[in-house]
Design a protein around this ligand. Sequence first.
Ligand code: KG4
Ligand code: ZN
Length: 345
Amino acid sequence: MKILAIETSCDETSVAVVENGVKILGMTTYSQALEHAKTGGVVPEVASREHSVKIIPCIEHVMSMLGYTSSDIDLLAVTSGPGLIGSLLVGVETAKALAFAWNKPLMGVNHIYGHIASIWLERSEKDVSFPLVVLTASGGHNDLYLMESHSSLKKLGTTLDDAAGEAFDKVATLLNLPYPGGPQVSHLAEQGNSKAYHFPRARLQDPYSFSFSGIKTAVKYLIRDIIAVSGQLSQQERADIAASFQEAVCDMLAEKMMQAARDYEVKSLVLAGGVSANTLLRSKIEAASQKIGVPYFAPVSLQYCTDNAAMIGCAAYFQYCYNQSACNLLPSDLISFPKASDSLV
Ligand code: KG4
Ligand code: ZN
């Protein structure tokens, strides 16, 4: 089954054709990062305008790269939420128009379920055993789930304030690093000492909840105090702050994930979402997973960690095969879609 998938929930315009859920036949992603770097973050109106300019060229590029016509596509899939409303609408309306013109079924996909599905890309479906604990850490969400099958997904916890990626982005701004901040902080941290400063690890009553606003505030006050004494931050101080901050965030994420893995005696651990591109986080979770003897999985290629259409095509395939129930457990779809088996016209 070949699925043409569209993702426009934030600042990436991405289109992919995915075969049988896990094989990526082609993908084109246009990142708006340079545009948003000018303002230090995503401006929703700018994002939706950029999507509306790039979406058709991205679709045309993927189709012509593969030499495909509409008859090669079995199903259309589109991210239907959560995300920036104006950005989502561009993808959703384009997908609806295409479904109508091509006479193909269309399926709405939850963005977070898409991130979860990304770990099956470039793998065999059987590689990852259930039950599993999955941590989705991005700029807009930070959740822990127990997944017993493709049709059983239970949210164990979420962030009480910022998402981990959001905290990375805000600390990047405090360190005068450009948007998007996560990779920049991580890069700067390579030259720093992660033990130079001790940032608080949030201790919450709920073992599966997260909180990152305290650490962000601690970074802010530390920078203020250093500047009050010496007038500015040295390059080494910036790198040390980045490394110490990254260490603390990764510790908090890994700790909660391991707690859930032990409590639910799972067979696999899964890390997904933009922050899963972070090398330190991957290595901490890998080390911890070895300790408890549970295999760990993250997207095979870094391009499938951040927003991309291939993960939406993968998720749509699982929804199609497993009767859409995984999607139904995430009640954030903005628009209701027909079932895959229905035709739109
Ligand atoms: O999944 P994603 O592309 O978009 C959302 O759904 O939010 O995630 C983007 C987030 C941004 O906050 C970005 O700074 C963060 O993921 N990110 C990283 C890294 N790469 C991306 N955070 C830490 N380290 C990275 N290497
Ligand atoms: Zn995302």
